[in-house]
Design a protein around this ligand. Structure first.
Ligand code: FRU
Length: 490
């Protein structure tokens, strides 16, 4: 495939922002298809988000890198497409770094994109920008890593490893992750391989990300791996926590698989590189879909969106291993109204309608605290006048949360895979539960107990859910509910 760059660059033009499913606080492309977030890097006050993009249509194909820039991780400005397919193949997923010390010779502070060229075989290539990501030049000697004979050999994620003074790449190589090292981003040598067999069927491993996180003053390493073996079907992202010595990654003992998100729609996510040191956050964004039905979701003109950006942190589980928690980044405050307390009281053996006090908001967040929980199965229902409903059900005896989207709205575009009831661990005791629920036009993101566990799910209701019921039919609950609405980011 050859693409004339000018022809397909986004020029403004007609876009469908009126689509009832257009996310109002999540990044989505003005038109056409997106999947994985790629090349996320911060430079001089700007967060760059590249992504798998089809410049020519609303289903997967012609993979290129689209581009958007934000100052606050929320309001995005879509840019011209940055990398188009070439003689080495389509431009598959990858990462970007800032080459502060000019190790590659492209210039001080060059932005270097490392991606998979997917042609007859998958190889790794690089491209660089010396104008803060506005234009890229592909390196003339691509590929920089040849394929050793593997069908799945892709999704390079690169970071600078201070202790051993070199770049380290994580690469997915079927159901293993292979690490490579380089002094200059051009010449790469094999370091090691990580594999983990948890007894289930082998899934394909994609989009790895190895990054450090502090826990109690100790530096731990987290390895994200996206896989086709998701806990609730289709594709999802798992993680390992362990150590990395510049050569190999070793996972600490834990009851793997552990999932970054137990919902159906958070895939191929990785973290931003070059976040300012003073900040110390690991900021994550994922593709809000699932390969089971990604090509069929019922939007018009565009297809695909990203999750809300999240800050990742390590939390000790009572059984003495580390969990990866996620919370929406604090920048969300900048588009949020004040909290409005809409209910405080005890609910006993009833289905209580709680007025949210909102009319068709662009998007909103609920904060629900259950305390003195006698009912072990409380349910939160969100619905609209059309009868579309999602149920968020707690099973506190078994420590599970269920997200039921069987009657959430339009589900028949893929009846085999889309409707369903999905489970996730609550990861904490019985008596106190806090839910933070972010509702947009076509998604619901549920965070349990400050992000100890979460579920992200797409939904396609005829209108955003604006009615709430709390059901306690098995005893009593003390409940405290706050609501706040968000301004649209567009
Ligand atoms: C993950 C993935 C990657 C690949 C890209 C292609 O969703 O399959 O492994 O690079 O999508 O678009």
């Amino acid at each position: 495939l050859s693409c004339d760059t000018d022809e397909f660059d986004y020029q403004g033009g007609k876009t469908d922002f009126e689509d009832v499913y257009r996310p109002q606080i999540h990044f989505s492309p003005q038109k056409n298809w997106i999947n994985d977030p790629n090349g996320m890097v911060y430079l001089d006050g700007e967060y760059h988000l590249f992504y798998q993009y089809n410049p020519l249509g609303t289903v997967w194909g012609n993979m290129s890198w689209g581009h958007a820039i934000s100052k606050d991780l929320l309001k995005w400005e879509q840019q011209a497409v940055k990398l188009y397919p070439d003689e080495l193949g389509a431009i598959f997923s990858g990462s970007a770094v800032i080459d502060k010390n000019n190790t590659a010779g492209f210039g001080e502070n060059a932005m270097v994109a490392i991606y998979t060229s997917s042609g007859q075989k998958q190889t790794q290539s690089i491209a660089y920008s010396t104008d803060k990501g506005r234009t890229f030049t592909k390196y003339s000697e691509n590929p920089v890593i040849e394929n050793p004979g593997m069908a799945d050999f892709r999704d390079p994620k690169v970071f600078w490893h201070e202790a051993t003074n070199k770049w380290v790449m994580s690469l997915s190589t079927h159901h293993t992750i292979t690490f490579y090292g380089s002094a200059n981003l051009i010449d790469w040598e094999y370091l090691s391989e990580f594999r983990y067999y948890d007894g289930g069927p082998y899934g394909i491993w994609e989009c790895p990300d190895l990054f450090p996180l502090e826990f109690n003053g100790e530096k731990k390493w987290v390895l994200l791996v996206s896989t086709t073996n998701a806990p609730n079907g289709g594709t999802a992202t798992q993680y390992f926590v362990g150590s990395f010595d510049g050569l190999s990654f070793k996972a600490d003992p834990a009851p793997y698989p552990l999932w970054l998100d137990y919902g159906r729609d958070n895939y191929a996510g990785v973290t931003w590189s070059n976040i300012p040191d003073t900040d110390g956050r690991a900021i994550f964004i994922g593709w809000m879909s699932n390969w089971n039905y990604a090509n069929q979701t019922p939007t018009s003109g565009f297809r695909g969106a990203m999750t809300l950006p999240r800050s990742l942190s390590l939390v000790q589980h009572s059984d003495n291993y580390l969990l990866l928690g996620s919370e929406v980044v604090s920048e969300i405050e900048s588009i949020a109204s004040d909290w409005n307390s809409v209910f405080t009281g005890t609910i006993v053996n009833e289905s209580k309608t709680v007025e949210m006090g909102i009319t068709a908001p662009p998007a909103y967040e609920l904060e629900i605290e259950f305390s003195d929980v006698q009912d072990t199965n409380p349910v939160l229902e969100l619905s609209n006048v059309h009868g579309d409903i999602v149920k968020i059900e707690l099973d506190l005896l078994n420590g599970q949360l269920y997200f039921d989207r069987r009657n959430s709205g339009h589900v028949s575009f893929n009846f085999a895979h889309f409707p369903g009831r999905f489970s996730s661990p609550v990861h904490s005791g019985l008596d106190k539960i806090k839910l933070n629920v972010f509702v947009d036009q076509s998604s619901v993101e549920v965070f349990i107990n400050e992000g100890l566990s979460c579920q992200t799910n797409l939904v396609f209701p005829k209108e955003i859910y604006d009615q709430m019921n709390i059901v306690s039919d098995n005893g009593s609950l003390d409940v405290n509910i706050g609501v706040r609405v968000f301004n649209s980011i567009w």
